[in-house]
Design a protein around this ligand. Structure first.
Ligand code: HEM
Length: 134
């Protein structure tokens, strides 16, 4: 599967869960899970969809294993952080390692994505990566 297709599929699943969760919060008038809902929607729906657009714009990049791995790691990190934050806000301290590990996984994965962006944008504009841009 291409990185963009995986991103788009995962993003839609995330927002369907995120919106359903929002409706449950609104109906129950219990907004305690709001931080987890917000993170699921922003990391899962918004970020994954943006990654998907970027990869779709770079056909040579999106068939690479690095791009596919970047999306899988993001999905795993998002699940871990969302579950951890939800547990913490439900008063369950066992959620701490999930939230903590998830956050570092996501940060590392965003560094990887940033490196892919810089590398491919440099290539596109013809700037050799060893030569600093003026
Ligand atoms: C059916 C759709 C949705 C429903 C019913 C819903 C419902 C809610 C509710 C009840 C809250 C808590 C508000 C509060 O306690 O102040 C909330 C917060 C939030 N939601 Fe959603 N939501 C939906 C979709 C989304 C989507 C698609 C996103 C992001 C793309 C999103 C992002 C957020 C954020 C960032 C917050 C935190 C806002 C704050 O800090 O005050 N939500 N949502």
């Amino acid at each position: 599967m291409k990185a963009s297709s995986l991103s788009f599929f995962a993003a839609v699943i995330a927002v369907l869960i995120g919106m359903s969760w929002g409706i449950v919060m609104a109906i129950s008038k219990d907004h305690s899970a709001m931080p987890a809902h917000a993170h699921l929607n922003l990391l899962g729906w918004v970020s994954l969809f943006l990654f998907g657009i970027f990869y779709r714009l770079h056909p040579s990049l999106e068939v690479s294993r690095t791009a596919l791995m970047q999306i899988w790691v993001w999905i795993i990190g998002t699940i871990s952080l969302t579950v951890g934050v939800a547990m913490l806000h439900a008063g369950n301290q066992a959620g701490e390692p999930f939230a903590g590990i998830g956050s570092f996984v996501l940060l590392g994965d965003m560094v990887l994505f940033g490196w892919l962006v810089v590398r491919y944008e440099q290539r596109r504009s013809g700037i050799p990566s060893s030569q600093p841009a003026e």
